[in-house]
Design a protein around this ligand. Structure first.
Ligand code: DX5
Ligand code: ZN
Length: 220
């Protein structure tokens, strides 16, 4: 399993996003947290910023939509050039249709589950997704404490994925840092979102390297 690191720009300086993207040239993705004040109690950035960022960096954008009605909005993020678009299972009314639309527009399709949402009901959807995102904090804010209680679900998700051929990436998001990333890798995650642990560091690029090294040690 190849370890991938996706720094979350939620913890970056929003006034200097192009510089903040350039600070992590060794990142596999840039994680873009889109929030709408409805699905989560916070408001961040949307399509115009994704379009601008797309032109400002060659790092592919990993858009995590924490919004109501993703069926309506997600395809536009794929059209805007996001490399990956992830919708929440709790918010989507027609997830299969929306995931197919994302793929048909050339992006990878992701499905996200909140900490309290079980993974088993989504087993049959694995053929429709390129990445499963398991939240390891309640979505809405950066800098929260990692929820250890999600790790058994990460393990079960890895088993489900392997049963279906091992093609689907397994992403963890929330509280992932030098102290928690090894447990996530050990449980079977292979794509790691990190906001504070990267942009809170004095050298964000070095933080990406350190996280990758720690995850690779424990990765199967
Ligand atoms: C939280 C977001 C995360 C957040 C992670 O709702 O989805 O991507 O940026 O931030 P840290 O790594 O600081 O927990
Ligand atoms: Zn996120």
């Amino acid at each position: 399993m190849a370890v991938q690191i996706s720094p979350s720009i939620l913890a970056a300086d929003f006034a200097r996003l192009a510089d903040e993207a350039a600070a992590v040239p060794n990142a596999d993705w840039l994680h873009v947290d889109v929030m709408d004040y409805h699905f989560v109690p916070n408001l961040t950035i949307g399509l115009p910023v994704v379009e601008a960022l797309r032109k400002a960096t060659s790092t592919p954008l990993d858009c995590h939509l924490m919004i109501d009605d993703p069926d309506r909005w997600a395809p536009q993020y794929a059209e805007a050039g996001a490399g990956s678009v992830t919708i929440h299972a709790e918010a989507a009314k027609g997830p299969i249709r929306t995931l197919r639309e994302i793929r048909s527009l050339g992006a990878r399709a992701g499905l996200a589950l909140n900490p309290a949402t079980p993974v088993e009901p989504y087993e049959d959807l694995l053929t429709e997704v390129d990445m499963l995102l398991l939240m390891t904090v309640e979505p809405g804010f950066g800098g929260q404490k990692f929820l250890d209680g999600v790790l058994p679900k990460v393990r079960r998700a890895r088993q489900l994925i392997e049963r279906h051929g091992g093609r689907v990436w397994l992403q963890v998001d929330g509280g992932v840092d030098a102290g928690t990333i090894e447990r996530c890798a050990e449980a079977g995650a292979d794509v790691f979102v990190a906001g504070s642990a990267v942009y809170g560091a004095s050298d964000p690029g070095a933080a990406v390297d350190a996280l990758r090294a720690a995850a690779s040690l424990k990765s199967a």
